[in-house]
Write a protein that binds this ligand. Structure first.
Ligand code: LLP
Length: 396
C-alpha cells in the first residue's frame, strides 16, 4: 500500500473512489438480475481509465464503444469481444475490420452506405457481421440541447421511415446478419417519462414490424440515465431501480428478445473527483476569483455545456474537522472559480460560496468521473491529467 498523501501529489489530478464504483456496479447488477435477458454494456466513452475498466469487467458488464481506440482499450483490459457493441456515425474501414477480426457482438449501423461497407469488408474476410440498426426515434429528452441525440434533426441514426427498406436490404446481403434495433435519446436524463416515451415508440415500431413479419432478437435502448450533480454526498448512486423497472413495465418484449443498455455516466460519474490547487485569490472590480491550476483542459464540461459540478474546499473542511470548534469555522465568501487557460469560458463555477479560501488550498470538483478524463486535452501544451485511486493513498 502506497503512503502517498493527497496533499503531496502534484495537482491537478483525478482521484477515483473505487469502493463507490463497486457499490454502483453492485446496484446495477442487483437490479438487472431481477429481469430476464437484460445486458449492460458500459459506454467506455464516459471513462476509459484501465483501472476502472478492470473493475467494470469484473462486475460482468460488456462494452459499448464508438471508436477503434475504445475497442482496443476494452480488448486490452480483457473484455470479451462477444459483449462488445460498436456504434458511431462515422466508422472508418480499419475500425470495422478490427470489429470483424475480433467477432464483436454487434455493429450498430447508422446508414445505408455504412451497411454496404460492412458487408463488403466482411465478405473479404469471409465473415458474417452481426448488425443492429440505430433508429432515430424522434423522441426528445429533457436535457441539455448538446447532449440530446434522438430527435429527427440530430445526425444520429436512421430515419424511422427508412427502417423496413434497410432491413430488407440487410436480409439480401450475404455477409451481414440483421439482429435488431438500437436507440439512444440523450444523456443526463433524470425524468423516467423520457424512457417511457422511448419504450412506447419502440412498441409502435415492433407492432409495425410484426405486421410485416419481421422478427428482431436484440433491442438496445442505449444509455442516458443521469446523476445528481447537486448532491454527490447524499445521493452517490443513481436510481437504477426506477430506471430498469421503467423499461420492464413499458417495453413490450416478444419471446426470446434480449434488452441491452449502454450506461456510461451513471456508472462512473460520482466516483471521480478532480483535485486542484488554488493558485491565487484575485480581487476583480466587483467579484473575487479563486484561480486554480486545473482548467477546461482537465474538465471541459462547465465550459462546453455550462455544466454544474459541486466544488468543495477540502483544505478548509479538514481544518474545521481537526479543530472541531465552531469558533474555528471561518465565514463563507463568494468566488468565481476559474482556471489558467487562455479562454474566457475557462470557468468552473460563478458566484459560488466557499469557506474563506487561500492560496494553496485544495478544491475538489465533484462528480467528474464521467466525461472528465476522457475529454481532457493538451491545449496550451498542458500535460494530460494524472489519476490516482483513493483507496491506494495513505491517510493524511
Ligand atoms: N450510447 C450511445 C449511442 C451514446 O451516444 C452515449 C453517449 C451513450 C450510450 C452513453 O450515454 P450516458 O449513459 O453516459 O448518458 N460529453 C457529454 C455527454 C455525451 C454523451 C454522448 N453519448 C457530457 O459530458 O455530458
Amino acid at each position: 500500500m502506497s503512503t502517498t498523501s493527497i496533499s503531496s501529489i502534484r495537482t491537478p489530478f483525478y482521484l477515483y473512489d473505487t469502493d463507490l464504483l463497486q457499490q454502483t456496479l453492485a446496484a446495477i447488477c442487483a437490479e438487472t438480475e431481477k429481469y430476464d435477458n437484460y445486458h449492460v454494456h458500459y459506454a467506455v466513452k464516459a471513462n476509459a481509465n484501465p483501472k476502472l475498466l478492470k473493475i467494470i469487467l469484473d462486475a460482468g458488464l460488456g462494452i459499448d464503444c464508438v471508436s477503434g481506440g475504445e475497442m482496443e482499450r476494452a480488448l486490452e483490459v480483457g473484455f470479451s469481444a462477444d459483449k462488445i457493441v460498436f456504434a458511431g456515425v462515422g466508422k472508418s474501414d480499419w475500425e470495422i475490420n478490427l470489429g470483424l477480426d475480433n467477432n464483436i457482438f454487434c455493429f450498430n449501423v447508422e446508414s445505408i452506405p455504412e451497411l454496404l461497407i460492412i458487408n463488403e469488408l466482411a465478405a473479404v474476410k469471409n465473415k458474417i457481421a452481426n448488425v443492429c440498426f440505430r433508429i432515430n426515434p424522434n423522441v426528445g429528452a429533457h436535457t441539455h440541447a448538446n447532449i440530446t441525440t434522438g430527435l429527427a434533426e440530430n445526425k444520429f441514426g436512421i430515419a424511422m421511415e427508412d427502417m423496413e427498406k434497410l432491413i430488407i436490404l440487410a436480409k439480401s446481403l450475404t455477409n451481414v446478419s440483421f439482429r435488431g434495433l438500437h436507440f439512444h435519446i440523450g444523456s443526463q436524463i433524470l425524468e423516467m417519462d423520457d424512457f417511457v416515451a422511448l419504450s412506447e415508440r419502440i412498441n409502435q415500431i415492433q407492432d409495425r414490424l410484426d405486421s410485416e413479419n419481421i422478427h428482431i432478437e436484440v433491442i438496445n435502448v442505449g444509455g442516458g440515465l443521469g446523476i445528481d450533480y447537486q448532491n454527490p454526498n447524499t445521493n452517490p448512486i443513481p436510481n437504477f431501480k426506477d430506471y430498469f423497472q421503467t423499461y420492464h413495465q413499458h417495453l413490450k418484449l416478444r419471446p426470446g428478445q434480449s434488452v441491452h443498455f449502454e450506461l456510461g455516466r451513471a456508472v462512473v460519474a460520482q466516483c471521480g473527483t478532480l483535485i486542484t490547487q488554488v493558485l491565487y485569490i484575485k480581487q476583480g472590480s466587483f467579484k473575487k476569483f479563486a484561480i486554480v491550476d486545473a482548467g477546461m483542459t482537465e474538465l471541459i464540461r462547465p465550459a462546453l455545456y455550462d455544466a454544474y459540478h459541486k466544488i468543495e474546499n477540502i483544505s478548509a473542511t479538514k481544518n474545521i474537522r481537526l479543530t472541531d470548534s465552531v469558533a474555528a469555522v471561518e465565514s463563507e465568501e463568494t468566488y468565481d472559480v476559474a482556471g489558467p487557460i487562455c479562454e474566457s469560458s475557462d470557468v468552473f463555477a460563478k458566484g459560488i460560496s466557499l469557506p474563506m479560501t487561500r492560496r494553496g488550498d485544495l478544491l475538489a470538483i465533484r462528480s467528474a468521473g464521467a466525461y472528465g478524463e476522457t475529454m481532457a486535452s493538451q491545449y496550451n501544451c498542458r500535460p494530460l491529467p494524472q489519476t490516482y485511486i483513493l483507496e491506494e493513498l495513505g491517510q493524511e
